[in-house]
Design a binder for this molecule. Structure first.
Ligand code: ZN
Length: 404
């Protein structure tokens, strides 16, 4: 009973601090009076919270000339430069690490090949890569406040436990706990595509809308769904397995065990396999001259009017469009974002997606629905940073910093 009450008091404290910090971050420079007005918190509470934020160095006072002239008003802005975070993108065979300050400013980053075949190799290798990254950047690293890690797989975002990875066996890998035990700071772990969707919402293509769907075509195919400014999470906290929507009941077997999933036709390896098989059969194409068929080569050929490459990508566009149309009917988003190599041939792929979306989803939902390419796809670690940003804005990380 008492425990529950204390829990609620803590939660209220966290939410109030977050409301104040969020206003200063998003609308600053802003005065205390305006913060109290907009947040509807009592002026005394705002004074108390801003004092704590000032003492921790998370906000600062700036003198602003009042627009009407006369007395100078004191306003508040967030202070992000002294606080650093390490954002990590863990791929199937590489690792990228970036130091960002709390505003998302890129400080320094590295990328390395990283091969691992078991959970233990993953943990040992990851810790070694982090150790080296920190050692190499000791001279630029300021106060380290958090880690963010995105990876392909299913993760419990609250506990940071990795429940599934597509390429290695994992057994409830407590990734967040391992990092926090080692470095004494918070660690947020999430799915790479959902992380990218959140990053686009904070910093990229969907920052002007509250509801959006990002579909990513890479080794696999997946989606991140943003509803009312939040990543939409279902019962098992992972939604967006668009890659396992069945597109062709008589299609190839998928790694998930079913047949004809979107991923078996509309992911980079499947596209390359399809093009190669057509080339082997002797279809004329400029790709016949190449030693290696890659996604950039297919996109480039399609952009130059190569019939085989164009038809292959239009087929992918149709299949993506079909899966997206179902998702649009369910979520009625304001924008669709496409991420991945295929956007290099967006003039070929996007019209095919649009045609399917227009014929297979409700017209009130698809009318004026923009389909755009990801703005952040080339920044692999930004999804991991966006989870740190979220934890500041919702108070989870903020409260931790205030209580240290
Ligand atoms: Zn599947």
């Amino acid at each position: 009973m008492t425990g529950g009450q204390i829990g609620n008091v803590d939660l209220v404290k966290q939410l109030n601090s977050a409301a104040v910090y969020r206003l200063i971050d998003l609308q600053g420079p802003i005065s205390r009076i305006q913060v109290a007005d907009v947040s509807q918190l009592a002026p005394a509470s705002v004074t108390k919270i801003t004092r704590q934020l000032l003492e921790r160095g998370l906000i600062k006072e700036v003198a602003q000339q009042a627009s009407t002239g006369g007395r100078r008003a004191i306003s508040l802005t967030t202070e992000s430069a002294p606080f650093h975070s390490i954002a990590i993108r863990l791929g199937r065979n590489y690792i990228e690490q970036t130091i960002y300050d709390l505003s998302g400013k890129y400080i320094v980053g590295t990328a390395h090949p990283f091969h691992y075949t078991s959970q233990q190799e993953l943990i040992d290798g990851l810790l070694e890569h982090i150790r080296k990254f920190i050692a190499d950047n000791q001279n630029v690293l300021r106060e380290l406040v958090a880690f963010g890690i995105t990876l392909p797989g299913l993760i419990d975002p609250e506990s940071g436990v990795v429940e599934y990875m597509p390429h290695i066996e994992v057994d409830n890998l407590p990734l967040s706990e391992i990092i926090t035990d080692k470095y004494g700071v918070a660690c947020f772990v999430g799915n790479d595509i959902r992380g990218l969707a959140l990053a686009e919402h904070y910093f990229g293509a969907s920052k002007d809308c509250k509801d959006s769907i990002l579909v990513s075509v890479h080794h696999g195919t997946g989606a991140g769904i943003i509803v009312n400014g939040q990543v939409f999470l279902g019962y098992n906290r992972n939604v967006g397995e668009i890659g396992h929507i069945q597109i062709d009941p008589l299609g190839d077997k998928c790694q998930c065990g079913n047949f004809g999933c979107l991923e078996t036709v509309a992911a980079d390896p499947a596209i390359i396999r399809h093009v190669k098989s057509l080339l082997t059969q002797g279809y004329p194409s400029s790709l016949q001259e190449l030693e290696e068929v890659t996604m950039p080569a297919i996109c480039d050929a399609a952009n130059k009017g190569d019939e085989l490459a164009s038809q292959a990508l239009i087929k992918v566009g149709n299949q993506l469009g079909k899966a997206l149309a179902m998702t649009i009917n369910l979520f009625n988003p304001q924008k669709i974002i496409v991420a991945g190599n295929i956007t290099q041939a967006k003039d070929v792929v996007f019209p095919a997606i649009r045609r399917c979306v227009e014929t297979q989803s409700l017209s009130t939902f698809n009318k004026d629905l923009p389909i755009v390419e990801s703005e952040l796809y080339t920044q692999p670690t930004i999804g991991a940073f966006s989870m740190i940003k979220r934890a500041m804005l919702n108070g989870v990380l903020l409260q931790r910093l205030l209580e240290e």
